[in-house]
Design a protein around this ligand. Structure first.
Ligand code: SF4
Length: 437
């Protein structure tokens, strides 16, 4: 993707042990956007503790949440109190949530978080000024909520984007209030303090960008290349990762460190295969061979049923979904690799076993596999004409590309460029001992 979907501010400096940057005293005193943070208990209704107490959430539960956030961010346990202090004194930052070409699955995930503090913490720490699906205002009043936020708080609000951005036909595949979604994203994200994309569609175009899609769907970072963007891909993203990203920003005044695709390491830094509860069965050569067979009933490995866990970077096995109840592999279905670039093309057919999966060793990184996958997608896309479309736009041949406007930089590598070619095929130091033929 040529770095199109990266955190344009560059990775946040971290120590060799993955520790976050030391809190900036200036940021602590004045907040990341210039508004003074007031001591806990002196900020009236803005105190998150008061908000939570009003909802029956105790201080103990809040501190437990902060400890869980420290764990989610892979921070030492000692950071729990620091997170609690930061959150309880944080100013309320405005947040706007845009939806484009999407299924609202990330909104659903956000709303259905049943942990008593997750969604409420975000809602009460931030000021959710605009969200088309759940906001009370409608019509012009809703539009005013968005424009007022942009006008009143330029550079001081967080933008969350769900859904892809269509650019073909001058962006007319997605219009909101008579305006293209593309122009909304350019304005809102271009003026935001930071942008968080939720779900795979906002990450790299997702399903609308899959082969054969006519809308020219792109991810947000490709549309607003100068914006500070962190990506939380997934179909849907895990709401705990969104919460942890915001908590990290409120605590340290900086986004968490990311890989070259703008995905936070705390959530996308490890192979799913290495965290999977069925891994012991993979190593033992115990596989499900057909749905409902003995191996299926015994919870054996789903590799031969098409599981993409060996090529996928995500923390699904540890954070799970539905209040940490379960996740697809636990429920008996293989991973489809939805956090990986262009997964609809690259990871399908979803029930076909991976051949020569990379990543059976600790020294294979998300970046290496991500670039390899993108390279493979480029090869696939040539057959489907997608790359021809991108190349035509690169060359400024908008007529050939079937549209007008600047090139949306979903930049797939050309043959011979870094990242092109097939994924790694020979996992160094494979730890898996299972029979995989
Ligand atoms: S192949 Fe899939 S089911 Fe098997 S151990 Fe890896 S992630 Fe788990």
């Amino acid at each position: 993707m040529g770095g199109a979907a990266t955190n344009r501010s560059g990775p946040v400096p971290v120590g060799g042990d993955g520790s976050p940057p030391a809190p900036d005293p200036t940021e602590q005193a004045h907040g990341a956007h210039g508004r003074a943070r007031e001591p806990a208990g002196t900020n009236g209704e803005d105190s998150i503790l008061q908000f939570l107490a009003a909802r029956g959430i105790s201080r103990r539960a809040f501190l437990r949440f902060c400890g869980a956030m420290a764990a989610a961010l892979a921070l030492p346990a000692g950071y729990g109190p620091q997170i609690a202090k930061a959150l309880s004194t944080a100013p309320r930052i405005p947040l706007v949530w845009l939806e484009g070409q999407d299924c609202a699955g990330n909104t659903e995930g956000f709303l259905r978080a049943s942990h008593p503090t997750v969604a409420e913490l975000v809602l009460d720490t931030l000021s959710l000024n605009y969200h088309e699906t759940i906001m009370a205002p409608a019509g012009r009043a809703a539009e005013k909520s968005l424009s007022d936020t942009i006008t009143a708080s330029p550079g001081q609000y967080i933008a969350v984007v769900e859904g892809a951005v269509p650019v073909a036909e001058d962006g007319t595949y997605c219009l909101i209030a008579g305006r293209t979604f593309r122009s909304m994203v350019e304005e809102v994200c271009g003026k935001a303090l930071l942008t968080i994309t939720v779900g795979t569609c906002a990450f790299d175009g997702g399903l609308p960008a899959a082969s054969g899609g006519p809308t020219g769907a792109a991810g947000v970072a490709a549309i607003v290349p100068g914006a500070k963007v962190v990506n939380l891909p997934g179909c849907p993203m895990n709401v705990q990762n969104l919460t942890a990203t915001i908590v990290h920003y409120l605590t340290f005044g900086a986004l968490p460190a990311t890989d070259s695709l703008g995905r936070p390491y705390f959530a996308y830094g490890q192979l799913l295969h290495d965290q999977c509860e069925r891994r012991a069965h993979f190593d033992a050569g115990e596989y499900v061979l057909s749905w409902g067979d003995e191996g299926s009933r015994k919870g054996w490995c789903l590799y031969k049923m098409g599981c993409k866990g060996p090529e996928t970077f995500a923390n699904c096995p540890t954070v799970r979904f539905n209040d940490r109840t379960s996740w697809p592999v636990k429920a008996g279905h293989g991973c489809v690799g939805c956090t990986m670039p262009r997964f609809w093309d690259q990871m399908s057919p979803f029930y076909r076993r991976l051949s020569n999966p990379p990543g059976f060793a600790v020294d294979v990184t998300a970046d290496q596999i991500g670039l390899g996958l993108v390279g493979a997608v480029a090869a696939l896309s040539v057959a489907h004409g997608t790359v021809s479309y991108v190349r035509a736009r690169r060359a400024g041949d908008h007529e050939a590309a079937g549209e007008s406007g600047p090139v949306p930089t979903i930049v797939l590598p050309e043959p011979g460029e870094p990242g092109a070619g097939a994924p790694p095929t020979s996992p160094p130091g494979a730890s898996g001992g299972g029979e995989v033929s």
